[in-house]
Design a protein around this ligand. Structure first.
Ligand SMILES: C[S@@+](CC[C@H](N)C(=O)[O-])C[C@H]1O[C@@H](n2cnc3c(N)ncnc32)[C@H](O)[C@@H]1O
Length: 196
């Protein structure tokens, strides 16, 4: 059984299922590419692999810096991924997201879905969004976690150190190239890429 010390993802599953599978007709038996920025212990990775990526040529790229000082997260991620059938379809990229996204662009990887859940500092989120847009195919979806997150309750962050201003800036500047998907609860923000 997969082991997690924290589960950020399970509460998102009903909305993801509705958005991707019920509304957009995502067929897990068709070939797809998913890029995940911020894999942590693999909770969202396991769900995406098992639920969205059953085709033998599908691929999941899991990006995370997994710094040593963050504890056992990488160890748990590896153990959780090791249990999955077809885990050779998962590419683990242990590096900062800007470097990983640059690599993927150089390899001409194009994703059907990018999950942006790495650093939550506005400047990093903005850079993740701009870089991810290049590697998202037209018609693909980007989902940003924690759009409304303001930091830990006991230590709220300055707004500029949270995802929201970055996501707002990005979606404003790219307004002609994307469509915000509005019928999901607003805690996360999802949009479809309409044009390069
Ligand atoms: C909230 S956790 C991801 C949770 C995961 N998506 C889930 O639902 O289970 C955020 C992760 O982003 C990683 N991270 C933070 N800044 C990063 C950066 N600049 N590049 C790559 N990963 C980063 C952290 O190491 C952490 O594991």
């Amino acid at each position: 059984m997969p082991e997690f010390t924290q589960d950020y993802f399970t509460p998102r599953i009903p909305d993801w299922t509705r958005l991707l599978i019920d509304q957009r007709g995502w067929d897990p038996d068709q070939k797809h590419v998913v890029v995940e920025i911020g894999a942590f212990e693999g909770r969202s990775s396991v769900w995406m692999h098992e639920t969205l990526l059953r085709h033998p040529e599908s691929r999941l790229y899991c990006i995370d810096s997994w710094r040593q000082r963050d504890g056992r997260a990488f160890e748990l991620f590896q153990a959780n991924i090791a249990e999955l059938d077809g885990n050779d379809r998962i590419t683990v990229m242990r590096m900062a997201s800007h470097a990983a996204l640059h690599n993927l662009r150089s390899q001409r990887v194009m994703a059907d879905l990018v999950y942006v859940d790495g650093s939550h500092f506005g400047c990093d989120v903005l850079s993740d969004l701009v870089q991810s847009f290049f590697i998202t195919r037209t018609g693909g979806v980007m989902i940003c976690d924690d759009y409304l997150w303001r930091g830990r309750k006991e230590r709220p962050r300055a707004l500029v150190d949270t995802p929201k201003p970055a996501i707002d800036a990005f979606t404003t500047c790219y307004a002609r190239k994307l469509r915000i998907i509005e019928d999901v609860p607003l805690y996360q923000l999802a949009f479809e890429k309409l044009a390069d």
